[in-house]
Design a protein around this ligand. Structure first.
Ligand code: PEP
Length: 342
């Protein structure tokens, strides 16, 4: 086993987080010893403590401002803010083991302040789902929803962002603004934006990079039209979209959403979903390497309580992007429950 190394360089520890460094570092060293690997603890720059365990991935539960967030990393640390404290660190040998399934609701251009009652109802019924639960309201509701969901595990996301960080772009919203309002995700390249606003892969890639820079996880949507499926072009179309709109680094989510299944009540067959998701996992691996095994690939298009369980049983379906059925707490809650049970 490699020796444990400790260095005490860097800024002084601040606030309550600083007090946790000793016990966490000791616990991590113990864990590293248990699994027979070396660990390094250091202090420096804007990190207050970092432990690296060679060739090991960690699934990390962080508590920040009353919310628990799970992430994955090659290193584990207590970083950036005194109010962010690590509550759990689980060594994972593979990217797959670090994956938490995701139920994402896209409210589209729906919802007023009165709709926030649905969020309260959702949280009352599902206070601690096994899967990650995300709602993407219209931007006007983001800050209010963040307030309504304070102290809960609900994640919030935007529905689009501008590729620039700031500037003269009337009516647009930057990734940093979404983050500031409480978002940790942003949906990009939804087929409605591709169709209504003429968005193409290069622009979506630029937006995804901006999202990552601002600390948001992009959910990149791809999918074929009905005519493309009828012509046998599905895999060509989504392969090209994936290659053109996916950043090579950073955490991200892919959503396969056949355009003809969105809001229509129609879904592909289970065999068709299985074919596409297996194809996307392989294509993503070719694009970004082994890390692709831990990237969540969601299915989207007329997911509802009655079909969720069979869709979630399909290999490489790691969750859902849900439109209409996310507007009602009872429906979205049933989908969250189905994914938690999958
Ligand atoms: C969507 O808009 O991303 C979507 C999947 O919508 P629906 O669930 O209503 O088909």
């Amino acid at each position: 086993m490699a020796a444990l190394a400790t260095s005490a360089k860097g800024p002084p520890d601040k606030g309550s987080g600083g007090a946790l460094i000793g016990p966490i570092a000791a616990a991590l060293k113990r864990k590293a010893r248990e699994i027979g690997l070396g660990a390094m603890v250091r202090k420096g720059m804007n990190m207050t403590a970092v432990v690296r365990v060679p060739d090991t991935l960690w699934r990390i539960g962080e508590e920040k401002e009353g919310k628990t967030r799970y992430g994955r990393s090659r290193q584990i640390g207590l970083h950036h803010h005194w109010h962010c404290r690590i509550i759990r660190a689980i060594p994972a040998r593979t990217w797959e083991e670090t994956m938490q399934k995701l139920a994402a609701g896209n409210w589209k251009m729906n919802g007023l302040a009165a709709s926030l009652g649905e969020v309260q109802a959702l949280l009352a019924a599902h206070p601690a789902p096994v899967c990650e639960m995300l709602l993407c309201p219209p931007a006007t509701l983001l800050a209010q929803m963040n307030w309504a969901a304070r102290g809960s595990n609900l994640r919030l996301g935007g529905q689009d962002c501008h590729p620039d960080a700031a500037g003269a772009h009337t009516g647009d919203i930057s990734a940093a603004m979404l983050k500031d309002a409480g978002a940790t995700y942003v949906v990009l390249g939804h087929s409605e934006r591709r169709a209504d606003h003429g968005e193409g892969d290069a622009l979506i890639l630029a937006k995804a990079k901006a999202a990552l820079t601002a600390g948001l996880t992009p959910i990149i949507c791809i999918g074929e039209t009905e005519a493309q499926r009828d012509r046998g072009q599905t895999l060509d179309v989504i392969g090209t979209q994936l290659d053109g709109s996916t950043p090579k680094g950073g955490d991200l989510v892919i959503a396969y959403e056949p355009v003809w299944a969105i809001g229509t009540g129609r879904t592909p067959t289970i065999a068709q979903i299985a074919e596409v998701h297996a194809f996307l996992r392989a294509r993503l691996t070719a694009l970004i390497g082994p890390r692709a095994a831990g990237i969540r690939i969601l299915y989207g298009g007329s997911v509802k309580p009655s079909n969720a369980a069979e869709i979630f049983a399909v290999p490489h379906v790691d969750g859902a992007l849900v439109g209409g059925a996310s507007l009602k707490a009872a429906d979205f809650g049933a989908i969250v429950a189905a994914l938690s049970a999958a």
